[in-house]
Ligand binder design. Structure first.
Ligand code: ZN
Length: 137
């Protein structure tokens, strides 16, 4: 599933996905905040701004069903990139980092070429969104 975490104090958002149960991922974020983990952008933000877990609101925005285990990670990554661009959650507008798609959160080194590909796609989609945004004025 894809979820978005909103910092209710700063109004910034963070998009991420998990193939696990959401409560497992939620616990991961929570422990990352408590241990000052720098690999979790939510934890980095929380510690920098002296927030608590209660300052964040988690919403599941999309769930993927009926996918084989081989496809689920790729589907999640695609959807995550899509929602990142839709919600403008890339830094400095949000808390997502482009480099996240190369990080240890992704399983195995075989993801490298794919990660680079999605980073590029994400950059393009993001630019297009900005253009559309300006056209509204
Ligand atoms: Zn904040």
């Amino acid at each position: 599933m894809i979820y978005v975490a909103t910092c209710t104090k700063c109004k910034v958002q963070y998009v991420s996905s998990t193939a696990n149960e959401f409560k497992v991922r939620f616990r991961n974020h929570k422990s990352a905040m408590l241990t000052n983990e720098t690999t979790c952008e939510l934890a980095v933000h929380s510690n920098k701004e002296k927030h608590h877990m209660s300052d964040f609101e988690f919403i599941v925005i999309e769930t993927i069903v009926n996918e084989s285990d081989n496809n689920i990670d790729r589907r999640l990554l695609t959807k995550e990139a899509f929602w990142c661009s839709q919600l403008c959650t890339l830094q400095p507008y949000g808390l997502n980092k482009r480099s996240e798609f190369n990080s240890k959160n992704r399983i195995g080194s075989t993801w490298w070429p794919l990660s680079v590909y999605f980073c590029t796609i994400k950059g393009l989609v993001f630019s297009v969104n900005l253009l559309l945004f300006y056209q509204d004025f």
